[in-house]
Design a protein around this ligand. Structure first.
Ligand code: UDX
Length: 415
């Protein structure tokens, strides 16, 4: 392909793997680099190491080299740092999967006379790239660092890569920004070129706003429930206003996943460190932490003596179409049920292998068997749950599966 580039993608989690496959599909030569030998082996064999729709199919149409050797980055023009930034207990982010690879890349590029652009794709709080990543390349004058945040959603990550809602480029050198932008040739998405820390903040503010919308509609749902109003009807009425937008107004047990909880907490922690008092962000977080506990209140209301009872859980993934259970609301809910002395039977079409690592002691079975319990809680809105027979059952719904309203007893968390 004309002006195709040689790209290295460092860190082959969801973001790195999708970035590598996406750019390879656009005709660039891509080498993926990771420290996980098993992951590298699988990708080298053309096997997708994660459950992500369309990714396995896409891997059959392109080939990307996968390696554990950082030296491979030397014969590429541009390197993407895609390591995860897990949260610390105080909400701040851990940079171990970003700074470590950046240092290794800096060593590999040391003395290289070829121009090279390093792109921080990891979600890092504003100021991180200039403080912690740029210094890793200070002895390589021809190496420039940019920021290019991603807005990929699990379950539709490749689609989101191919059709980004916007392309954000944070740069301190026009030539490197131009080079990064050239990779997106042909995409019709709006482009914003800005400075590095503004690009970092756009990612955090975007995710924190999405989290805010969810906690907002959950708070409205909690109020509506006491007023006998259907918050889903309210959301429909709100969504017609483009300033509000119809998306992310589904009330329920709150947001989970690897991103929204961590990014919102990290931004609040950063704000506090600056001496600010991020009341809104802290309210969003607090509402989200309390929301799933309402499921336990409803459960106790309808199964007063939980000791020795059997409670069914429908859904373990943090959302449908993924096997990811990080920050899944099933975690605090199942913890609460086990503490009350009840047994748990759980179902999820995809996430059981991951969830079993956290809760080896509970029973995993079919959705129908899960319904044969003293009560069943709906935690993830997998499509197949719209086709179960809930008649004669006791159902507490955290995700608005309307079919479940046929149950003998049905109650929604905030409807
Ligand atoms: C999110 C952002 O959407 C994405 O742009 C960013 O790049 C990464 O983080 P993701 O975490 O994959 O993506 O999932 P998302 O679809 O945003 O859902 C996050 C959580 O919010 C899920 O637990 C989902 O169940 C919950 N949610 C979402 C609601 O509770 N109500 C809604 O209306 C929407």
């Amino acid at each position: 392909m004309k002006d195709s580039k040689a790209i290295s993608v460092i860190g082959l989690g969801v973001v790195g793997l999708v970035t590598a496959i996406g750019f390879a599909m656009k005709g660039h030569r891509v080498v993926g680099i990771d420290i996980d030998a098993e992951k590298v082996r699988k990708i080298s064999d053309g096997v997708c190491p994660i459950y992500e729709s369309a990714l396995g199919e896409a891997m059959k149409t392109i080939n990307i080299e996968a390696s554990m050797d950082f030296e491979k980055a030397l014969d590429t023009d541009i390197s993407f740092l895609c390591g995860g930034t897990p949260g610390n207990s105080d909400g701040s982010i851990s940079l171990r999967y970003v700074k470590g690879p950046a240092r290794q890349l800096g060593e590999v590029l040391l003395g290289s006379t070829k121009r090279h652009t390093v792109v921080v794709r990891s979600t890092v709080v504003p100021g991180t790239t200039e403080k912690a990543i740029v210094p890793c390349f200070k002895d390589s004058p021809d190496v420039n660092v940019c920021v290019n945040p991603e807005f990929l959603r699990e379950g539709s990550a490749l689609e989101d890569f191919m059709h980004p809602t916007r392309i954000i480029i944070g740069e301190n050198n026009k030539a490197s920004g131009d080079e990064l932008l050239s990779l997106y040739n042909g995409m019709k998405s709006p482009i914003l070129r800005t400075n590095i820390k503004t690009a970092e903040m756009i990612k955090y503010a975007s995710n924190s706003f999405l989290a805010t919308k969810i906690s907002f509609i959950n708070e409205i749902g909690n109020i509506c429930k006491k007023m006998g109003i259907d918050v889903y009807e309210v959301a429909r009425g709100m969504g017609h206003d483009e300033r509000i937008g119809a998306e992310f107004l589904r009330a329920g047990i709150g947001y989970g996943g690897f991103c929204l909880p961590k990014d919102t907490a990290a931004l609040a922690a950063e704000a506090r460190a600056l001496g600010n008092n991020p009341e809104i962000l802290e309210g969003v977080i607090s509402t989200n932490n309390k929301q799933p506990l309402k499921m336990l209140e409803l459960l106790r209301k309808h199964v007063p003596n939980l000791g020795g009872k059997t409670i069914g859980i429908l859904g373990l993934a943090f959302k449908p179409e993924t096997d990811d259970v990080r920050e899944s609301k099933a975690i605090p809910i199942i913890e609460g049920i086990l503490l009350s002395g009840a047994r748990v039977k759980a179902h999820d079409p995809r996430a059981v292998p991951n969830f079993r690592k956290l809760f080896p002691q509970i029973e995993y079975t079919g959705a129908k068997e899960v319904l044969d319990s003293d009560a069943a809680l709906i935690i993830t809105e997998w499509d197949e749950y719209n086709y179960l027979n809930y008649k004669g059952k006791v159902v507490i719904d955290g995700r608005r599966i309307s079919k479940a309203m046929e149950a003998k007893y049905y109650e929604g968390i905030c409807w």
